[in-house]
Every structure is written in C-alpha cells, then in structure tokens.
Design a protein around this ligand. Structure first.
Ligand code: BMA
Length: 308
C-alpha cells in the first residue's frame, strides 16, 4: 500500500496526556518555525471532546502540553454552539496566520467553527462558518482566484454526506457552493465521504485525502482515499482513486473507542516529495505514516472512479 506506517505507532496514547482523557485522536498537524505542531482531539471522561496540543522536532516524537489547547467556549455565540464539545481540528497556514476549523457540537447539532492563531499560544475565534449538519471543513492553504476556498461536508437525507466546495472573500461569508463528489454505490466509500487533510498543492492538481465509510453487519469501517482537483478551479475533480489508500489493519486501528477507524485531519508535505500523514486509530490513539506525494497522485489518475 502507498502509506508506510511508522513502526512505532501509535505515536500518542491517552497515557501521554497529562490531564484525564479517554482518547487522543483526529489531529490537525502543521509546521511552524521548523517544528511540527499537532492539535488533537480528546474525549474527556464525560464523553465530550476538547482539543490538546503537542510539539515535535521530527514529526514522529511528540511532547504534549500540560494543559488543553482549546476547550468549549462558555459565553456568547460560541458558548451556545460549543456546549457539547469541540472536535476534529484541521490547521492550515495562510497569509501569516494559522487557521483552525473544528466541529462545534451543541443541542442545535454540529457546525463548523473557525479560529486563528499566530503562535499557538493565544487563539482567537473568528466565526461559526456553517449552519448545522456540517462536519469536516478543510480550507485550501492558498486563496484561489482571489477567494478563500474550502471543501465542505453538509448532510441531507436526499444527498447524504457528500463533498461540496464553497468560497469566501473574508473567511466569514461563504457561498458559490456546489456539490462536487458523492459516495459511490457498493464501494468502500458508499455510505459517507468527507474531506480529511487540508488539500496539498502538487504540479498535477490539489491532492485531497478524504475519508470514506462502508456499513457492515459489524458496524462502519472508516478508510482513506485520494482525489485530485484542478489547481485553478478546484470544483473540477480531475480524478478519484478507485482504491482506498489506508484501511484499519493494525490492532490499534481495529479495536478502541470506536472499532475499525482510520480518520485523517492532517498531512504535512515535505520538501523531499513525501508527505507525513496523521490519522486517529479507532478514535483512540494517534498514528503517523509516510507516502510519496506523486505516487498518491498516480493512484488518482491510473485507476479512477467517477466523482459523481
Ligand atoms: C465520525 C466523526 C469522527 C470519528 C468517526 C469514527 O462521524 O465522529 O470524529 O472519527 O466518526 O467514529
């Protein structure tokens, strides 16, 4: 398979977290001043989620902060919509600051919050950028034709869990939304798909590492796949790889808080053409693997399925 698992996975478990949590998973990761910054999700012991932070020199060995990085707001509009927790952060660097999208859960459902930081010590919430029944929003790490762009994942009964695209002039107001990719019938991603890591720019297109879900008599299986989007018009999907690139195979991916899950929120492209891919194993632990970016692009182009 194209992803080489790091032999010492998992790289973080709840034992590495200095405060009481049940899990450490679904982390966004970026490079900042040559170091790797990981923003991860943890279930507290009441079942609701918070975000923690860890740092590393090599992308494999992480040290966790003494205190959580972001806990649900208690006041104002964010307090109302984060009451049940904050989950699954994605982080990008754009125009001198880091942007973090996260799922905000409350009695009104799940919607997406956007926060920013320049240094990972202070954090400022900007806006709640979707209504409810959205998760998995990744912002492209560059403006495209003068606009911010994001991949979305709204859900409706008529068109369940598909990938959409939207644009914004200011990160607050989003529009020009279009559905661009659907789950594929009787296929590993037949039930749900959603954006995973923020898109990676390659000479042949934006590489989108997404997750797909297949329902079985034994529960759902979460796997990862790849799609390639046009560089100047990412609403155009050039190709979607027919095969998954990663599925739960190791004991720490097969058994845990939720069985049979590999779930990706972060990937760090390196100068040597490889990418470090980070995923949560069984909603319990953090894992890392490496892949060659051009090989992942080839996987999209050489054996494709239709996006719609
Ligand atoms: C999704 C989200 C993810 C989770 C996955 C598997 O719906 O809740 O955070 O990793 O299910 O449980």
């Amino acid at each position: 398979m194209p992803i080489k698992r790091y032999p010492n996975n998992p790289i973080l478990t709840k034992e590495n977290i200095p405060y009481p949590v049940a899990t450490v998973h679904n982390a966004g990761v970026v490079k900042f001043n040559g170091r790797y910054i990981m923003i991860f999700r943890s279930h507290k012991l009441n079942g609701r989620s918070i975000l923690g932070k860890a740092e590393s020199d090599d992308g494999f060995h992480f040290t966790v902060d003494e205190k959580p990085f972001m806990v649900p707001a208690t006041e104002g509009v964010f307090g109302e919509y984060e009451e049940y927790g904050v989950e699954d952060p994605r982080v990008i660097f754009l125009d001198g600051e880091f942007l973090i999208t996260y799922s905000a859960y409350s009695r009104h459902g799940v919607r997406i919050g956007l926060a920013k930081t320049k240094d990972f010590t202070t954090i400022q919430r900007i806006s709640l950028i979707t209504e409810s029944d959205y998760r998995n929003v990744v912002i492209f790490p560059e403006k495209i034709n003068g606009l911010y762009a994001r991949l979305d994942r709204p859900h409706s009964e008529i068109s369940p869990w598909s990938i959409w695209i939207s644009y914004s002039p200011d990160l607050i107001y989003w529009g020009e939304s279009r559905l661009i990719m659907r789950p594929c019938k009787y296929h590993w991603d037949e039930m749900k798909i959603g954006p995973g890591a923020p898109p990676i720019k390659t000479p042949r297109g934006w590489l989108n590492i997404y997750h797909g879900v297949f329902p079985t008599m034994d529960g759902c299986i979460y796997r990862l796949g790849v799609a390639l989007h046009d560089l100047s018009d990412p609403s155009q999907i050039i190709a979607v790889g027919d095969d998954w690139i990663l599925q739960p195979e190791e004991p720490y991916e097969i058994t845990g808080y939720v069985h049979n899950v590999v779930f990706c929120c972060g990937a760090v492209p390196e100068d040597d053409g490889t990418v470090k891919l980070y995923w949560g194993g069984a909603d319990s632990v953090m894992c890392v693997g490496t892949a060659n970016i051009e090989e992942l692009v080839d996987r999209c182009l050489n054996n494709s399925r239709q996006p719609l």
